[in-house]
Design a protein around this ligand. Structure first.
Ligand code: MSP
Length: 658
């Protein structure tokens, strides 16, 4: 029988900047859903990609002195770029689309032409407000306090010849789609869309620009490029081969698919996108799910606010699976949530180290200790039913259906809640049965102990199967430790208590999730963030010396404030400058310093500097130097940079530094 097809997408990301934990949240969530559908046995196509056109990218590239193509190539394909991040996060996308891919460009041109030919795109004059960072046009009435309603930034007046899409024509159909179907979820987003955009009246949408060129050219009208949202939204079908020869999956039943998007782009996905598809005579998506934002200190993360959280650093410090799990466990998928490092560490310690990790390590350790790593045949059944055996079996045995119900309505956080009820019940079951007491008399209690341990392995296995979409690598380890073979890892086996072979080889392996020391981890994180910041700015600092000097030795160094009376380059030397300094003693002091590379002598006259004045005199190029001027040095992009230490001119010459 042919497998059911399931097509799911993330938004395609702007490669204007590094991706942060908010973007990672969106992609991990979609990956979890894709993996869930694979676990169900469906034929899954998971698409992600990058949205590379538009004025903003053109401007940033120009500022960086590279072509837009070079710029996006670096951010998408380069080291620690977008593709690298998804690889690190174990994202299982089947396809990656770049809107600069030739086949996509060709499809967009054809899509634009089809909508033009059927009368839904016409030429007019655009007058309005444009938000450059969001690449969105707004009418006066849509602005909030005169600013962009999405990001709150300034908008500009804009007027130019442009093509328009007859969005207004589709208002009735879109209202119907939103109000009378379950196309858009959560439902709260439906009310938002209807109230803010449909009720006030849908206006036609400007869909071409002439003021910049970094975009898909309108092939029948040179000078116009396609408005980025028409270009970007089309990716969901061009990646299947719609209007191109690169793929032929569009006709094969993948479309319509499920679009997972962040809340600020629900408007584009639930109004403009279905209207475009209606105009093309194609089916609208099965679902648009608008998830919430991860906030930091209550606000949205953005590079310009300097509050982005780097997923590379978190994944490297805590492990990819722990990070994936935290994102899905902590924040209800449809709502906003406040990110914090403390919350991440707490979640790892409570759920992963204490609850799940402990269950697996205690159980596998006991199978090793009391049964040499394999339980005896027959341990799966127990004649006299004990109430807590039944409770555990019933709860774990029925988990799969409760889990599926939550996953099917895009509530991975609730599916995890169900799993953790079973894990907690299993840990309680250990305390109820006190295996270590049973083990004191193996002859009498051995069979009962084996049954208890089998039940624990079974509960852990079932939870493991259902956790695969969230933490694929760690669950492979869990299966290896609990002895769950291929047939005990399937979706079917998760609803079957007793799926684990009674005599499976159990091996206590490495701790699945080590406990994290909060204080130490926070300090390490801070250092990692600082190192990344320096690496990004190209600044390298000398490592601090660990060798200590005693205080008395330090106090012997005599640092004084000095004023530059004159300064000149030393003849025949490229580096040396000769300073005559007022050091407060009434006698001029001469110091030579090799800093000509960074300073011109005339710029230093009159400056107030710091010198160490009790070094023994030294001859340099035939001139005596009595001391040394103090500077700060670091490296930037491999080059040494020096700054003379300059202090407030109000400090008199000769003042001692202590
Ligand atoms: N390029 C458009 C999407 C076009 S889809 C046809 C875009 N790109 S984006 O890079 O700015 O955002 C991509 C996704 O990341 C969006 O769904 C957005 O909501 C999500 N997130 C960005 N910051 C986020 C948080 N802080 N929290 C959660 N998701 C966030 O929009």
């Amino acid at each position: 029988m042919e497998k059911k097809k399931f097509y799911i997408t993330t938004p395609i990301y702007y490669p204007s900047d590094k991706l942060h934990i908010g973007h990672t949240y969106c992609t991990v969530a979609t990956d979890v859903l894709a993996r869930y559908h694979r676990l169900l046995g469906e034929d899954v196509m998971f698409l992600t990609g990058t949205d590379e056109h538009g004025q903003k990218i053109g401007d940033i590239a120009a500022a960086a002195g590279v072509t837009p193509q070079e710029f996006v190539d670096r951010i998408v394909e380069g080291p620690r770029g977008i593709k690298d991040l998804w690889k690190l996060m174990n994202i299982s996308n089947d396809r990656f689309i770049r809107t600069t891919d030739g086949y996509h460009v060709q499809s967009v041109q054809r899509i634009f032409k089809r909508m033009h030919d059927n009368g839904d795109i016409y030429k007019g004059t655009y007058k309005g407000k444009y938000c450059k960072p969001c690449e969105s046009f707004w009418t006066e009435s849509q602005l909030v306090d005169g600013k962009c309603p999405d990001c709150g930034r300034e908008v500009q007046d804009a007027e130019e010849e442009a093509y328009f899409f007859r969005l207004s024509k589709y208002a009735g159909k879109i209202r119907d789609l939103l109000e009378n179907t379950d196309f858009l979820e959560p439902r709260s987003r439906v009310h938002e869309m209807v109230r803010n955009f449909i009720d006030p009246g849908l206006e036609d949408l400007c869909v071409s620009r002439t003021s910049f060129s970094w975009g898909v050219p309108v092939d029948f009208d040179p000078g116009h490029v396609v408005y980025v949202w028409v270009d970007a939204l089309s990716n969901y079908i061009t990646a299947l081969g719609y209007e191109n020869d690169r793929y032929d999956d569009y006709e094969k039943g993948w479309w319509p698919g499920v679009n997972i998007v962040g809340k600020e782009i629900v408007r584009f996905h639930s109004i403009i996108w279905p209207a475009m598809l209606m105009s093309l005579g194609e089916p609208v998506p099965k679902k648009c799910f608008g998830h919430g934002w991860l906030l930091l200190d209550g606000g949205k993360m953005s590079k310009s606010k300097g509050n982005v959280v780097d997923p590379y650093i978190l994944a490297e410090q805590f492990g990819v699976d722990a990070l994936r799990f935290f994102l899905m466990r902590t924040f209800p998928f449809g709502s906003d949530g406040n990110f914090s490092n403390e919350l991440l560490i707490q979640t790892i310690n409570t759920d992963l180290a204490n609850d799940l990790g402990n269950l697996v390590s205690r159980t596998t350790a006991m199978v090793g200790k009391y049964f040499g790593g394999a339980l005896p045949a027959g341990c799966g059944t127990w004649a006299e039913e004990v109430p807590f055996d039944k409770e555990l079996k019933d709860l774990a045995g029925s988990l799969r259906d409760r889990y599926a119900a939550e996953m099917d309505c895009f509530a991975p956080h609730k599916a995890l809640e169900e799993i953790f009820k079973v894990i907690q019940r299993a840990n309680k079951y250990i305390d109820e049965n006190t295996p270590w007491t049973l083990a004191k008399d193996m002859e009498q209690n051995g069979p009962r102990l084996a049954h208890v341990l089998y039940n624990l392995l079974e509960a852990a296995r079932i939870c493991g199967v259902l956790l695969v979409p969230f933490m694929p690598e760690s669950m492979d380890k869990l299966f290896a430790q609990t002895g769950a073979g291929e047939s005990a890892r399937t979706w079917e086996s998760a609803a079957r208590w007793g799926g684990l072979s009674e005599t499976a080889a159990v091996a206590k392996g490495e701790n699945l999730f080590p406990r994290v020391d909060m204080g130490k981890a926070l300090e390490e994180l801070e250092a990692a963030v600082e190192a990344a910041r320096q690496a990004e700015s190209g600044v390298e600092l000398e490592p601090q010396l660990t060798e200590k000097v005693d205080f008395d030795t330090f106090c012997k160094s005599d640092f004084r404030v000095v004023k530059v009376k004159s300064c000149e380059a030393v003849k025949k030397s490229e580096k040396l400058l000769k300073f005559i300094l007022d050091d407060g003693t009434g006698t001029d002091r001469q110091i030579l310093s090799g800093i000509h590379k960074w300073y011109e002598p005339e710029d230093l006259v009159g400056k107030t500097l710091v010198a160490i004045v009790n070094l023994p005199p030294r001859k340099m190029m035939g001139h005596e130097s009595n001391g040394m001027l103090i500077s700060a040095v670091h490296k930037e992009k491999g080059e040494e940079v020096l700054h003379l230490l300059m202090v407030d001119d109000a400090i008199p010459a000769g003042a001692k530094l202590c």
